[in-house]
Design a protein around this ligand. Structure first.
Ligand SMILES: Cc1ncc(COP(=O)(O)O)c(C=O)c1O
Length: 487
């Protein structure tokens, strides 16, 4: 037994502790976007990054998260051979960020919410989010500081309002009971995976995709099987592939529409095929629609719930993207099941498991106002900004050697581009490419391995046009610098 002094300081070599990290979890976390980006950014000159962040240089907000400059800074490394752009121009351009949408902040009637959010370290970001949308809502959300603790599914007015909002695009009407409130869409994914997991079960997920599904599936001891999205067909689901993958233990398939990471928007006809396939396989569809209505091309958003009578659908969503308030932490799971399949199979009961925490009460209280009164102009403005950036991105990518973009993004805030490693000297793979790009050009791009697609890149274009152009310009110089000499 280990001895320790009475003042709590250990005096002997400690015996092995009884606890150890969960290896499965460690392996999975290393694959996720945050961990991969940390590796990409690790080689960057932190002093330059800190200075750039302090000056408020062009950063687009990594997937709605607030950017921070690095504090502890070593002097910039001396580089031999190539002159690094980091030394010429110390501005960071984060092409995996979304800060463009976070800049329109105006103080308005939201002071009334002060009573609900008066202290704590996260208040600042909460207020930032609140102010961003405040201009869109005439009137103050009627939230009482003594609002009741919600039931497992949420406060009824919030559920009702989400049911009404989503029913606008459906051929049937959802009831408040179809709506289960969660803390962001991320928690919706977590809950769905925990509830679905049973020994031997498997779930079909898209590749490239949002690996959060795989992480939660595997952590819930459920197998994740990948079906392909087809780049040459605007990232449609490979329906034959889905059928080949499924077996009697397959419980559901996931689609993300509009898509992260591909920027795809599915047509009515394609979604109908997905529904027919799910019916044939007697599985249900999990439709991640967290980017619903964020479309800017020819194709309009069609919710998967439209096909709920063909195969039951769980729609996952949140207010993080369309209303641009990720800090409010509110999402939902909605059952689109007009034929009552979930009831018949008693599956609905498992949803009732009260194993998760509820979203904040005062945010639930604000939902009816947010959904009913946010001005259309707010959404139009968001779409206009994203569309402009998507157009710039599409045009500029065409002129970069070693990179091809198979299809123009029509929704969400992302585009996938293919990297031709064979045209570049000294670059091993997508991860190596991104690490060097970050180090040498201070441009952050997500390597495809973080979305299950090696030797591709995901570019987030929801940043201000001048930073985007600057970032793409540096990407171009980088690719030219590494271009293999032609024989
Ligand atoms: C496809 C997809 N689903 C879910 C989420 C999580 O959304 P939220 O921020 O509401 O948790 C994200 C966030 O980036 C996403 O891209």
């Amino acid at each position: 037994m280990e001895k320790s002094a009475s003042n709590g300081v250990a005096t002997a070599v400690p015996a092995p502790w009884n606890f150890a990290p969960n290896e499965t979890l460690l392996g999975l976390t290393a694959l996720l976007v945050r961990a991969v980006l940390a590796r990409v950014k690790a080689g960057m000159d932190c002093r330059t990054r800190g200075a750039a962040a302090r000056r408020g240089t062009s950063r687009l907000g990594e997937a709605n998260k607030q950017s921070t400059g690095s504090a502890a800074c070593a002097p910039p490394p001396r580089t031999e051979g190539r002159v690094h752009a980091a030394q010429r121009q110390p501005n960071l351009v984060d092409l995996d960020d979304m800060c463009l949408l976070c800049c329109d902040v105006r103080l308005h009637a939201w002071a009334a919410w002060g009573a609900c959010a008066s202290s704590g370290p996260f208040v600042e970001s909460w207020w930032r989010d609140a102010f961003r949308v405040c201009q869109c809502i005439p009137g103050i959300p009627c939230v009482s500081a003594t609002a009741p603790t919600p039931l497992a599914f949420g406060l009824e007015p919030a559920q009702r309002s989400i049911a009404q909002y989503l029913s606008r695009d459906l051929p049937y009407t959802l009831s408040p009971d179809d709506v289960y409130l969660t803390s962001r869409c991320a928690q919706a994914i977590e809950i769905i995976c925990s509830v679905l997991a049973r020994p031997g079960a498997n779930i079909l997920v898209p590749r490239p995709g949002y690996l959060f599904y795989e992480a939660h599936a595997v952590f819930s001891v459920m197998e994740a099987r990948y079906f392909d999205l087809l780049p040459e067909k605007d990232w449609e689901v490979d329906i034959d592939g889905v059928q080949a993958l499924a077996d009697k233990n397959t419980v559901a398939m996931v689609i993300v529409n509009p898509g992260n990471p591909c920027g795809n928007v599915y047509t009515y006809e394609h979604l109908a095929k997905v529904a027919d396939t799910a019916r044939k396989l007697v599985i249900f569809v999990i439709a991640d629609e967290v980017y619903a209505h964020l479309t800017f091309g020819e194709r309009k958003f069609v919710p998967m719930g439209v096909f709920g009578a063909v195969a039951p659908v769980f729609t996952l969503g949140s207010i993080s993207k369309k209303w641009v308030v990720p800090g409010w932490r509110l999402g939902w799971i909605v059952t689109n099941d007009p034929n009552g399949v979930f009831q018949m199979t008693k599956w609905a009961a498992s949803r009732d498991l009260d194993i998760s925490s509820d979203p904040p009460t005062f945010v639930q209280g604000a939902i009816p106002n947010l959904l009913d009164y946010t001005k259309e102009e707010f959404f139009q403005k968001t779409i206009k900004i994203i569309k402009e950036s998507a157009d710039i991105c599409w045009e500029q990518l065409k002129g970069i050697n070693a990179i091809t973009c198979p299809s123009k993004p029509e929704g969400s805030m992302f585009v996938m581009v293919k990297l031709d490693i064979s045209c570049l000297s000294d670059i091993k793979d997508d991860m190596d490419f991104c690490c060097r790009l970050a180090k040498e050009e201070l441009v952050v791009v997500l390597p495809g391995c973080a979305v299950g697609y090696k030797d591709w890149l995901r570019i987030t274009f929801a940043i201000d046009p001048s930073s985007l152009e600057d970032g793409l310009h540096r990407l171009k110089s980088f690719c030219l610098r590494y271009k293999k000499p032609t024989k």
